[in-house]
Structure formats: C-alpha cells, structure tokens
Design a protein around this ligand. Structure first.
Ligand SMILES: [Zn+2]
Length: 265
C-alpha cells in the first residue's frame, strides 16, 4: 500500500462531496449578503466576532489551561511530537483544561497557531493505564489540523447552521479523524472511544463487542438522531474503527507510511 492509497483509505469518501456542498451553499449566502449593504455589515460583524472568539479562547487557554511540554506532562508531550511527526506536520500547542468532569477534546486555532485541547478527565485516562486511549484522542485532534478542517470553518460557517447539511459534513470529518487515529493508535480505539460512552473508569469494564452489537438494523429514530448529530453515534465509531483496524492490519501499511511524508489530499 502506497502513502497515497493509505490517505485515500483514511479519508472518509463522503468528506469531499459534503465539503463542496457546504462551500457552494456558504458562498451563495455570502454573495447574497454582501450584495446588500446591511448584509455585508452582518458578514463583517460575524467575521470580527469569530476572530475575537478565537483570540479569547487562545487567551483563556494560556491563562487557565496547562500547556503540555518537555517539563509539563513530558510523556504526553513526547506522544504529541511522535504523532505529529508521523503525520508530517508541525507540532501544535497542547493544553489540558479542567472542565468539571466533561470528557472531551478539540482542536482550535488563532492566527497561525494551532492548538489541541484535552479536558483533564480524558487526560487522566493515561493515569489509569489508558495511554493508548489518550494517544487515540490526541491523534484524532491532530488529524483535524492535518486535514485542514479548521481552515475551512469560517468559509463554510453559513452551511454549518443548516440542519442536516452541516452535521453531515461534520460527521464525515469525524470519521476521517477516527480513521487517522485508528491508523496511528490501533490499540487505542476501544479505550479512547468507550471512555466517551461510559467514562474513563466504567469503560474499562465494558465489552466493546457487546457495545457494537447495540447497532440496530434499520431503526428510524436511531437514523434520525444520527442525521442531526455532528458526530457519528459512538456505536458506529467503534464498529467502523475496529473494521478499519482489521483492514489496515491485513494491508500492513505502517512501514510504508513511516518512511514517507504524509500528504493532505
Ligand atoms: Zn473530532
């Protein structure tokens, strides 16, 4: 398997088409708004508010988050560097943020700076022997940066407010990032994703197989809830990642990709 084949395998096949749809929709909205003076003013206000919110987030992280470095959580920093090198991308800043027990992580940006933020309860997985799960989470967020999902956000913002359309593109991005994380940390699939379902401690008692067996066959409300969600259902995420892990294991792509730069497209 070449690096190009690998990237095509990891990138969700629906991502490109859905991004194109969001671009067309958003550009149409922007053109219509800018055509009128009042609408253009709204676009300018929105753009300024968006930039300010990113700046405030960056300031909040610096003031309240714990920056991961060689001197602060050095093992996590080493993993951040290792994963960034595997993706052939600059090492972003990483912060740990206390969020009252919420299990989440996200990638954000301000100007040319890129950030990975992991909430502290998710970060604590590593203390409970869940290093692979934490690596999976970090790899997923790095993939958002690598795939330039952050760069598109301001340009497709109007479409992201359209029910079903924005959520569909978001789910495709999430699937792509899960795929990258599965490739980089195959052993982190269950600990990383099951923790999101049941918490970092209870998830250690969970059966991944039994969880995937929850996948219904043609359930209307399951599918409807999925259509409105910006992330795939967790049962789908675990199921798809396990299937990809088996596929990648059969193709043995690791050696190829380690020795070559990782393209974006
Ligand atoms: Zn994500």
């Amino acid at each position: 398997m070449t690096v190009g084949d690998l990237v095509r395998t990891l990138k969700d096949r629906r991502e490109g088409g859905r991004l194109a749809m969001c671009i067309v929709l958003s550009v149409s909205v922007y053109v219509l708004l800018i055509a009128s003076i009042v609408g253009g003013l709204y676009v300018a206000i929105f753009a300024a508010a968006f930039a300010v919110s990113l700046g405030l987030m960056a300031g909040h992280l610096r003031g309240n988050g714990v920056r991961v470095s060689e001197r602060q959580f050095p093992e996590a920093h080493a993993e951040l560097v290792r994963l960034s090198q595997r993706l052939d991308m600059p090492v972003p800043e990483m912060y740990v943020l206390q969020a009252g027990g919420v299990l989440n992580a996200f990638a954000t940006q301000f100007s040319t700076r890129r950030f990975v933020v992991v909430y502290s309860d998710l970060f604590e997985m590593a203390l409970d022997g869940g290093r692979a799960g934490l690596s999976f989470v970090i790899a997923h967020e790095l993939a958002h940066i690598k795939r330039r999902h952050l760069d598109w956000r301001p340009w497709i913002a109007p479409a992201m407010f359209v029910p079903l359309v924005g959520a569909a593109y978001s789910r495709a991005c999430e699937r792509t990032c899960d795929n990258y994380a599965t490739w980089l940390c195959p052993e982190g699939v269950e600990p990383g994703l099951l923790a999101l379902a049941a918490g970092r401690r209870l998830s250690k008692l969970m059966s991944g197989d039994a969880f995937v067996d929850q996948l219904p066959d043609g359930d209307f409300w399951f599918e409807l809830a999925q259509a409105f969600a910006d992330h795939p259902h967790l049962v789908h995420r675990v199921n798809d990642c396990v299937a990809l892990r088996q596929e990648l294991g059969a193709a043995a792509p690791m050696a190829v990709a380690e020795s070559q730069p990782m393209p974006v497209v």
